[in-house]
Write a protein that binds this ligand. Structure first.
Ligand SMILES: [Zn+2]
Length: 95
């Protein structure tokens, strides 16, 4: 069960160019995180995750704020079950 964001993409027929931000990360212990921000709703962050601590599956909608260029963390998501904070680091641009 990790299809909430796929469903949104399918339903709205989103193309990569319609996305402001989209990431899929693999976390330790089988955890996973997928996040999506659409250009139509640039302040809405859809997050789907499997918690690396307790394996809880969750989906939530949060406010998306742009972070400074120097920031290492793009956003944090708290697991609804164990309250572990999943940090999503910015991917370093390859030179
Ligand atoms: Zn958890």
């Amino acid at each position: 069960m990790f299809d909430k964001i796929s469903e949104i993409i399918k339903k709205k027929n989103l193309k990569p160019t319609d996305c402001e931000y989209h990431t899929l990360r693999t976390l330790e212990n089988g955890g996973k995180l997928r996040a999506l921000v659409t250009k139509a709703e640039p302040n809405v962050l859809h997050v789907e995750y499997i918690c690396p601590k307790c394996s809880h599956y969750g989906y939530k909608v949060m406010e998306y704020k742009k972070v400074s260029k120097a920031a290492k963390i793009r956003f944090r998501v708290e697991c609804d079950k164990c309250h572990f904070k999943i940090k999503v680091e910015k991917l370093k641009a390859k030179k």
